[in-house]
Ligand binder design. Sequence first.
Ligand code: B12
Length: 318
Amino acid sequence: MSLQSPDMSRKDLGITFTVAAVARRLGVAAATLRTWDRRYGLGPSAHEAGAHRRYTADDLARLETMRRMVNAGVPAAQAAKIAGHAQSSELPTIDIEAALEIERPVGGGDVVPLGSANSYARGLARAAMSLDSLACQTAIVQQLRTKGAMWTWTHMITPVLVGLGLRWESTNRGIEVEHVLSESIISAMNLHIASMEDPINSRPVLLACAPEDLHSLPLYAIAAALADQRISCRILGARVPHDSLISAMTRVGPSSVLIWAQISGSSDPARLAGLPHQRPAARIVAGGPGWTGQMPSGVIKVDSVAAAVSELVAASRI
Ligand code: B12
């Protein structure tokens, strides 16, 4: 633990960090850091008379390496061995000035409430809280490949999104975490969608957000779940103006159209009556918790991503 890269020793000037600061920086609980210290000897190596032991920049770099590996699925004991024995040149360089920022107390709310979520969701939340896009993306891609899009969305991603939403609601903080996670989800889902071969549908499915809604993640989850059934989509993305949706429908002649509203008031259901009546007819599905009020006749309302996928699959098979 005493090895220091030339870059770090030049910059760290003996500055050390508390367990709480390191926990914040890495996005792991302080209790986890204590466990890593007790079990694997990856702990603070600086001593201060009469005070708690503190972490050096080198300790921080080793723990960062450990966290990255654990997030990528390496068993903790193996990750600790690699991180503990790594040469200084193999460790990430710690920018001391940026690291010092984490010494500032930030108040409560540094934990994402996850309830009884599984270990995949917990790993994803840790990676997101550390703003580690690559770890988020890799973890999601892995589960998309092994368990499919519906499982990954429902059991890995949704608990983290709900937890981040609750955290934001109670602390007004964490938009940067939401953005990192959102971008990672979109990249991972797009990779999964692009790997689909030989779609079975000749008319595409159109996916759009309601005119004032930025919550586009469910569109990518739906597209990835449809890709698992070899159904191809066109994703129009966030905040799609009504006229643009009409124009897209006219140009591609979809088998079905999904308009997702996550927040109430982001669209007026009455406007759905003005969508073109095509031949053959497109199934119109209004999805998400944001739709309130009476739906025009012929419009199917669904509350969840899973229900939306069922409707769109059925329309693609007619
Ligand atoms: C990611 C996110 C964003 C990203 C979107 C990025 C993108 N490309 O999509 C960004 C940062 C852009 C964003 C912006 C905003 N957001 Co936002 N966002 C979210 C977040 C965290 C996830 C959205 C999502 O994809 N949900 C999809 C899935 C997870 O939701 P769902 O299918 O409806 O699933 C529900 C059920 O499955 C059930 N559920 C399932 N499992 C579990 C487990 C537990 C424990 C619980 C309790 C429930 C539950 O609850 C889920 C949520 O209702 C949600 C939190 C949330 N709970 O949804 C807030 C949330 C939707 N956002 C919210 C708000 C207020 C905003 C902003 C207005 C913030 C602002 N002041 O600027 C803007 C809106 C801008 C706009 N015009 O659209 C509120 C909406 C409140 C409401 N009901 O209207 C939410 C709910 C956060 C909150 N707790 O207050 N957001």
